[in-house]
Design a protein around this ligand. Structure first.
Ligand SMILES: NC(=O)c1ccc[n+]([C@@H]2O[C@H](COP(=O)([O-])OP(=O)(O)OC[C@H]3O[C@@H](n4cnc5c(N)ncnc54)[C@H](OP(=O)(O)O)[C@@H]3O)[C@@H](O)[C@H]2O)c1
Length: 233
């Protein structure tokens, strides 16, 4: 039997998720966009009849209130919106108090999450060799609002957490329709090591978010996508 899905944010990601949802056993039963969800008010019980999970890809301004409202109505959520994580502790509290569930990530691509682990592993080695300095770079389409991206910030955090504490410069470009490339490099007088992930389309993000929504059924708590990766394969 299909599970009911609400799409919160009907932009590029929301439309793709709607198209792919049936492949993951979901029937889309509610859709919210900026127009019908002024001040997050439309996310209401009558609009969520038959909805088991919501996938939220909106804006950093809208996401925290959407997530709080979904939690208060008992709906589990997957959130791909980036740029709002300073509010994550408060949102976590709401999810835990409501006894629902949330999976969030700045990047729902399985490939990017494996790439992150490879970067962390490399950083752990280069931390011990002071002749190597590191950089991070990314490019996305010109409509992307946050720069550097949540993914590049997360990569930098992973590098730091792996023990690399020297200079790490981050730069971002915004141009055209590019779905997203992230690069981490280590450079010395002797050589350069470059690790790069290139997304070919948004489809990988949408599929990861739908897999997470399926996984979340019946679960309670707040999870980052990378923590549940091994349970999805
Ligand atoms: N985690 C990941 O893997 C991943 C991947 C891709 C993108 N992202 C992030 O996901 C977010 C959305 O990306 P996108 O490419 O889909 O952007 P987009 O095409 O601009 O779509 C955002 C949509 O959210 C709608 N919206 C704004 N406020 C809303 C509200 N209060 N309630 C419901 N909908 C609302 C907008 O409506 P209007 O059209 O009326 O303005 C728009 O349709 C961004 O933060 C982006 O960085 C994350």
């Amino acid at each position: 039997m299909s599970l009911g899905l609400a799409i919160v944010g009907c932009g590029k990601m929301g439309r793709l998720i709607e198209r792919l949802a049936p492949e993951y056993g979901f029937e889309v039963r509610a859709k919210f966009n900026r127009e019908n969800n002024l001040h997050e008010a439309a996310v209401a019980p009558e609009a969520l009849q038959g909805v088991d999970a919501a996938v939220e890809f909106t804006t950093p301004e809208a996401a925290p209130d959407n997530l709080r409202r979904l939690a208060s109505l008992g709906v589990r959520a997957v959130c791909g919106t980036t740029g709002w994580y300073e509010q994550l502790p408060a949102v976590n509290e709401s999810i835990l108090a409501a006894g629902t569930g949330l999976v969030y990530s700045p990047n729902f691509s399985v490939g990017v999450n494996v790439f992150m682990q490879a970067v962390a592993h490399a950083a752990c080695f280069f931390a011990k060799y002071p002749e190597y300095e590191a950089w991070g770079w990314e490019i996305h389409h010109s409509a992307k609002k946050d720069a550097p991206s949540g993914t590049l910030k997360k990569l930098a955090e992973e590098i730091r957490a792996s023990g690399y504490s020297r200079t790490l410069t981050l730069t971002a470009n915004r141009a055209g329709a590019h779905p997203g490339t992230h690069e981490i490099g280590f450079d010395s007088a002797a050589d350069t090591i470059t690790l790069r992930h290139t997304a070919r389309s948004r489809e990988g993000f949408a599929r990861g978010a739908l897999r997470a929504a399926r996984w979340l059924a019946g679960k309670q708590g707040v999870f980052e996508f990378r923590e549940i990766l091994s349970e999805l394969s």
